[in-house]
Design a binder for this molecule. Structure first.
Ligand code: HEM
Ligand code: HEM
Length: 159
């Protein structure tokens, strides 16, 4: 498979929708924590709520996105990018894919199967996810303002 020159419209749209949904999940989770506490205390709540719906949607969109990455491919890193940074970017992207599966699955295992260990995974993975988002953001801004490449522009569909 030869690498394409640019991201497709669908790849770009999926990237930004997933980014918004993931940030939503990371910022607005209090309702879910309250619901979990009620269940732990023996109470009953609806099993379907915004955290469950949005988290499951992230999983479905991530599967779609990964499928596109594996079949269509993604544009290569700029040739001017130093090898260690290229490796860091690739590692960050694959770690994102792993977390886009780990977060929803661990959440489901806790919520539907009451697997406490999955709850620990959910909490720890979220810290890794937050750290990666900051690293990824710094990388995207560094590409644009420091290395002056088209990496940010191509993810905005403007390259
Ligand atoms: C991308 C997907 C997801 C993200 C980023 C995410 C993120 C989070 C975050 C940040 C918390 C708060 C944890 C804390 O403060 O320690 C949380 C709690 C929780 N999430 Fe998710 N979540 C996702 C998907 C799901 C799904 C699909 C489910 C279930 C179907 C789920 C079930 C839960 C439960 C039960 C809690 C409460 C845990 C507790 O209070 O101990 N999550 N989630
Ligand atoms: C918050 C959740 C985010 C996730 C999970 C995420 C995930 C990813 C992944 C997996 C890729 C690799 C390309 C692919 O497989 O299609 C990527 C590329 C990219 N992301 Fe994000 N991203 C997020 C947020 C952001 C934000 C806030 C920016 C803002 C500047 C950004 C800018 C970019 C750029 C510029 C690329 C293209 C990199 C390249 O062409 O090599 N991302 N993102």
């Amino acid at each position: 498979m030869s690498a394409p020159d640019s991201f497709s419209r669908t790849q770009i749209t999926l990237h930004w929708i997933i980014a918004v949904l993931v940030i939503f999940q990371l910022v607005l989770h209090e309702g879910m924590e309250d619901a979990w506490e009620i269940r732990e205390d023996g109470g009953t709540v609806s099993l379907i709520n915004p955290h469950v719906v949005v988290g499951t949607l992230v999983l479905v969109l991530a599967i779609w996105r990964l499928g596109l990455r594996l079949t269509r491919g993604v544009p290569p890193a700029p040739s001017s990018e130093p090898a260690p940074l290229r490796l860091l970017a690739a590692g960050t992207h694959w770690a994102f894919y792993a977390l886009l599966f780990i977060m929803p699955f661990s959440g489901m295992a806790l919520w539907f199967l009451e697997a406490e260990a999955a709850g620990e995974v959910h909490k720890t993975a979220r810290l890794v996810l937050i750290a990666l988002i900051f690293l990824h953001l710094a990388g995207a801004l560094a590409q644009h303002f420091w290395f002056k490449t088209d990496v940010l522009k191509r993810m905005l569909g403007r390259a």
